[in-house]
Design a protein around this ligand. Structure first.
Ligand SMILES: [Zn+2]
Length: 486
């Protein structure tokens, strides 16, 4: 109940009052949207944005850090404060065989409208192959695009455009992208296109070129590429580097485009198609940073994803023909800023230390020559770990903390929750004494996830929605249902 003794629901039911309220700006876009109902076919274009493995805490951390360091809120949160018509709700991302989904089953639920077992891509439990949404849009005459910071053959983009029983079949997924004529592909994953690296020795770069694609491998090549052809951009051997490393290493900054830059390049090309397009944009390494319990990598990759949101907002400004869905596929490790110090008053300045981070944990592992298959690292002293943490994070840890990190790398540390004995969680635990951010595990969680949307069809999303409903929404709002079978 509001202070005036009238509930928001009553308020909305009362037409005159509602109109008055709209005029005075009392209601948000969430309420305003109820005035207009979108119809099937209203969405010429669909843009589906996924921050992979984004727990609610990640969304909050990025917003707090962006405010503290850049004096501005994230675009995601600004959407909620805006006058735009938008939808906001929660989504149930369960897969067929678990309420904790993996990214492959999650993307498939959107990509084909079926819940499948974890690990597959648009592949049913009895070997059914479900037609993915990019194939449906292509058959309807629309253009298709996939952009990510992971290998382009990774689970989330592949969930919109491939059929394989196992997500690890990335050589096959790259081949399917070629056979299925995805118009714009950008991300990492050179190993799945390079004949020297593919198990079948096929030169996929040549295959794409022969099919009329422009193939680019650096930011400069991307900037110079024609907008009149299909585009394959592969900018790294595996996943693109984390933003925190990208910002500290000049060659990466020079050669590897950001997610926002790739998103802009994709929209520049897809927008030329008269019959519209579907584009998936993934901030894929938010998930990896969460698995790794790496707060710096996590927050700055989420902010990079948020920059791509702005690119999409700029594109949709002034148009009413583009459905944008903004969400994540599952929680991961559920990080949060803890209340620390007297009256919790230390927390803000602790979080501020992230601003001085120069490198990811992944970078530290590279410096150590650490491989997950070999936990030895016997040649290193406690001081070596203390120095490495300081180089990467500008944080001076003490000897006890350095010793715990050393023990974790050597596989000698014990913790009540065994998930937390590995180097990542132990580094995160030590750094939490300085940055205030802690994680509950190193894996996906069952949390219902944040979903926002705007444009035609966003008014049709229930406040609490099942993942598979988004497939139907995209297909119906773009009016391509006739191409969904066969
Ligand atoms: Zn994951």
């Amino acid at each position: 109940m509001s202070k005036k003794g009238i509930s928001r629901l009553d308020f909305l039911k009362t037409g005159a009052l509602s109109t008055a309220a709209l005029g005075s700006g009392l209601l948000t876009g969430e309420a305003r949207k109820s005035r207009k109902k979108s119809r099937y076919g209203d969405a010429k274009n669909v843009i589906f944005m996924v921050s992979d493995g984004m727990s609610s805490g990640t969304l909050t951390l990025a917003d707090l850090v962006k405010q503290a360091h850049y004096g501005d809120k994230t675009n995601w949160i600004k959407l909620y404060e805006s006058d735009r018509e938008y939808h906001r709700g929660l989504m149930d991302m369960a897969s067929l065989d678990s309420n904790v989904t993996d990214s492959a089953a999650a993307a498939s639920s959107w990509g084909c409208g079926n819940r499948i077992n974890n690990g597959g891509l648009n592949w049913g439990p009895n070997d059914e192959e479900y037609k993915p949404v990019c194939d449906i849009f292509r058959d309807a005459g629309k253009a298709t695009g996939l952009v990510t910071t992971t290998r382009i053959t990774h689970a989330t983009p592949a969930g919109f455009a491939s059929n394989v029983p196992s997500r690890g079949m990335e050589d096959e997924i790259a081949m399917q992208y070629s056979d299925r004529h995805i118009d714009v592909l950008m991300g990492g994953g050179a190993r799945h296109f390079d004949p020297e690296r593919r198990s079948d020795g096929e030169d996929l770069y040549s295959k794409f070129t022969d099919n009329g694609y422009t193939v680019v491998k650096t930011k400069d090549e991307l900037n110079r590429a024609t907008r009149n052809s299909k585009l394959l951009g592969v900018f790294y051997d595996s996943h693109l580097p984390y933003t925190v490393d990208h910002n500290s290493i000049p060659e990466l900054e020079r050669d590897v485009p950001t997610l926002a830059e790739m998103t802009k390049a994709a929209l520049d090309r897809l927008d030329r198609h008269e019959d519209g397009f579907i584009l998936q944009v993934e901030g894929g390494r938010v998930d990896h940073a969460a698995h790794g319990n790496d707060a710096g990598a996590l927050v700055y990759d989420q902010i990079a994803f948020d920059d791509a949101i702005k690119t999409v907002m700029d594109y949709t400004d002034g148009r009413d023909d583009t459905l944008v869905i903004l969400t994540t596929d599952h929680g991961n490790a559920n990080p949060g800023l803890s209340g620390l110090g007297s009256g919790y008053r230390d927390s803000p300045k602790m979080l501020d230390t992230l601003h001085d981070y120069k490198h990811s944990f992944e970078w530290m592992y590279g410096e150590l020559g650490f491989h997950w298959s070999d936990d030895s690292l016997n040649g290193y002293m406690v001081k070596d770990f203390m120095d490495l943490v300081e180089t990467a994070t500008n944080t001076k840890i003490n000897r006890d903390e350095g010793l715990m990190i050393k023990q974790a790398f050597q596989g000698k540390l014990r913790a009540p929750f065994r998930n937390r004995e590995r180097p990542g969680p132990v580094l995160a635990g030590v750094l939490a004494n300085y940055n205030g951010v802690y994680f509950i595990s190193t894996s996906h969680t069952a949390d219902y996830v944040e979903i926002a949307a705007w444009g035609p069809g966003s008014d049709r999303i229930p406040t609490f929605v099942r993942n598979t409903a988004l497939f139907d929404l995209m297909v119906d709002m773009a009016d391509v249902r006739a191409y969904a079978e066969g």
